[in-house]
Design a protein around this ligand. Sequence first.
Ligand SMILES: C[S@@+](CC[C@H](N)C(=O)[O-])C[C@H]1O[C@@H](n2cnc3c(N)ncnc32)[C@H](O)[C@@H]1O
Length: 340
Amino acid sequence: MTLEQKIKTKIKEYGAISFSEFMKFALYDETEGFYAHGGAGRKKDFITSPEVGPLFGKLISQAIDKCWIEFGKPSHFTFLECGAGPGTLAKSILRSQMQCKDALKYIAVESSSQQSQTHPSTVQTLSTMPKEIEVGIIFANELLDNLPFDIFESQNDGSWLEVKITVDDENISETLIPNNEKAPPYTLETPNVRVPVQREAQKWLKDALKILHNGQIIVIDYAVESFESQQKQHWLRTYQQHEVDTHPLKDIGQSDITTDVDISQLARVVPPTSIRTQAQWLLDLGLESLVEKSKQQWKMQAHNPDLKALEARSAIGESEALTDLSGLGSFKVLEWSVKS
Ligand SMILES: C[S@@+](CC[C@H](N)C(=O)[O-])C[C@H]1O[C@@H](n2cnc3c(N)ncnc32)[C@H](O)[C@@H]1O
């Protein structure tokens, strides 16, 4: 059965499905969902910070050391990367020099078995979150934008209708249905504005806060303060072979479906301890001095470059991409400090 047939069968049996249920098929169907074949990478569908090059991982390794030192250099320290994709960040982090190397356990949680096939053998790969982490970091880069969300549309009278997915004349299409129970807990003055309701992202944060006893939760993503105060168009985007679009019902299973993460919805679970742009966060982790070292290294070996010198040369460009405020640099880094 094709993916479209699976979705149509479900709708014919149970009636219109929520957008989050549709996303579960479109992205996470085991054999035909987008993540069974597509994903992050130059040869795939989109470039994330880890895919820019190894510099991002080097800086994250400094964040790991910082947290390890802050918690008294424990003999066991876990770095859990959730939504690890093909494992590119794990490879960069594990190649970096870290003070906590002997204490570090790297867990890569990835729901798609096709993605985790390329994880390095030195990490523990899991398909779901473990039950407990005594001390460490739970980290997620561009995961929350990908967790299934629902969509609601504002009406003239201040009420909301839910955007559901149905079958119309054998075509998969949208329908608007009243659903007060799950609607956003605020009203908008402007009618016909659509907003995402990100319950799975809230649940992910709740679970992470329950699992981690001491340490930090770090979430990096494209985000807005709140859809209540910031009415934004095109917060729903699809990605296919580096092309961006806004039509999730087109090429079902062939393109990624994402939303800007609504920080206010996460803050309803627990407000973040800190919110910075990725550019600022990386600078605070020592980006400038790393890039300065790379420039010196390149200068010394430019006449006869080896692999390390080429990596140093590339770090200069990577730094620009990671801090570019019209792109990755504007992503938000949300941190929650956890102490038991
Ligand atoms: C946009 S990709 C990001 C990959 C990687 N973090 C990066 O920045 O390149 C999101 C990844 O999260 C995975 N994913 C989605 N939901 C998940 C969940 N509940 N638990 C673990 N992984 C999940 C997807 O399969 C996909 O590989």
